[in-house]
Design a protein around this ligand. Structure first.
Ligand SMILES: O=C(O)c1ccc[n+]([C@@H]2O[C@H](COP(=O)([O-])O)[C@@H](O)[C@H]2O)c1
Ligand SMILES: Cc1cc2nc[nH]c2cc1C
Length: 356
């Protein structure tokens, strides 16, 4: 029998407007012209509303890294071979990958989950085996996963977010590793935003223009194959998604239901966030967009979710790396909010006409 997804309909936690208002008032009394810290002020105020406290914090940061493979890789949609997924998971666990270095430098917690790489690598120290299957089916020819696999993947993501919450995390970063996963992410984005493949598709790990055109053809074929088979977010996720994408949808929804703010990474995580926001429209308030990925379709997802990324560094790595790079901004926003003196405390004169 399929695992239950009854939790999917539980509402997201409402934003605490009182805490946000208190944080805004504090910002307005700190020793600076009002608004002069720009988006750092907004970040502290948003985090206050999400965390339900006038004194927000970004720490501890929990990174959940979901790894999986994709049957559609057989269509030649990536610049890299499928074997790179497991090779990179070993590299992440050993500390040599970008996200491992960033997590270490940030003193952030990093949990790595194998939710279905193509072959079972056996035990890897530091990697949780939570395998849904040996990669998804080829979504250009069949549904990527069964309903039972979808439920298992989403529940795996939910359980990971619950572990993060139980461990006291105050900020969640989802990351992913999966050769070929810009193809399911693009297909889902096309289906949900009603856009043709050519508008969303991009080079992923580094396809040539011819490779991108071929990838667009594969995605167009997949969209046509599945078009008549249901268009609810979960139906689309099962047909066009991936195990790591479904797990991230489960983790993101759980975080928003339980009051854990989310720092969103790049294109694939944002595609998962788009699915999650279709299931729970209020979830969008829980999303802080860390960066604008170089993958072109990321812009459309961010626009659809009314996001405003903090950084634009030309990154397109995945792994949660773009979100990790933005953590210091959140830390500094919280430090300023908490530690700056008010005008009264410092004996500094306020602007003429300052109100309260
Ligand atoms: O996060 C992004 O914006 C991003 C953009 C392009 C590629 N990636 C990463 O590259 C892999 C997918 O690219 P591809 O070309 O194999 O579909 C996967 O492991 C992602 O983490 C990630
Ligand atoms: C080397 C490499 C590292 C990655 N990290 C996330 N996706 C990746 C894809 C490749 C190819």
């Amino acid at each position: 029998m399929s695992e239950s997804l009854s939790w999917l309909t539980q509402p997201c936690l409402p934003i605490d407007a009182m805490a946000a208002d208190a944080a805004r008032r504090r910002q307005d009394h700190l020793t600076k012209p009002r608004g002069s810290l720009g988006r750092l002020e907004e970040l502290a105020i948003r985090l206050a509303g999400l965390q339900g406290t006038p004194n927000p914090t970004s720490d501890p940061v929990q990174i959940l890294l979901f790894a999986a493979d994709h049957g559609v890789a057989a269509e030649g949609v990536s610049a890299f071979p499928q074997a790179v997924t497991v090779q990179m998971v070993r590299n992440i666990a050993a500390g040599g990958a970008a996200i491992a270095v960033l997590a270490q430098a940030l003193d952030a917690r990093l949990e790595i989950l194998d939710v279905g790489m193509a072959t079972d690598p056996g035990p890897i120290p530091g990697v949780r085996p939570e395998r849904i299957g040996p990669g998804t089916a080829n979504l250009a020819r069949a549904p990527a996963m069964t309903d039972a696999q979808l439920a298992a993947a989403m529940n795996t993501g939910r359980a990971a977010a619950e572990r993060a919450l139980d461990g006291g995390a105050r900020l969640l970063i989802c990351g992913e590793m999966g050769i070929g996963n810009t193809t399911p992410a693009t297909a889902l984005t096309c289906a949900l935003l009603d856009q043709p493949a050519e508008v969303i598709v991009g080079p992923g790990t580094g396809l040539s223009p011819e490779g991108v055109a071929h990838k667009a053809d594969i995605i167009t074929r997949a969209l046509a194959l599945h078009a008549s088979e249901g268009s609810t977010p979960t139906e689309l996720l099962a047909r066009l998604g991936g195990f790591e994408i479904a797990a991230m949808v489960g983790a993101l929804i759980t975080a928003a239901q339980r009051g854990l703010p989310i720092l969103v990474d790049g294109f694939i995580v944002s595609a998962a966030a788009l699915v999650a926001a279709r299931l729970q429209p209020e979830l969008r308030h829980w999303l802080l967009f860390s960066h604008q990925s170089a993958e072109p379709g990321h812009q459309q997802i961010i626009a659809a979710l009314e996001g405003d990324p903090l950084l634009d560094l030309g990154m397109r790595l995945g792994e949660g790396s773009g979100a990790a790079v933005a953590v210091p901004l959140l830390r500094l926003a919280c430090a300023l909010h908490q530690q700056m003196a008010t005008f009264a405390e410092a004996g500094v004169s306020e602007a003429d006409g300052a109100l309260d």
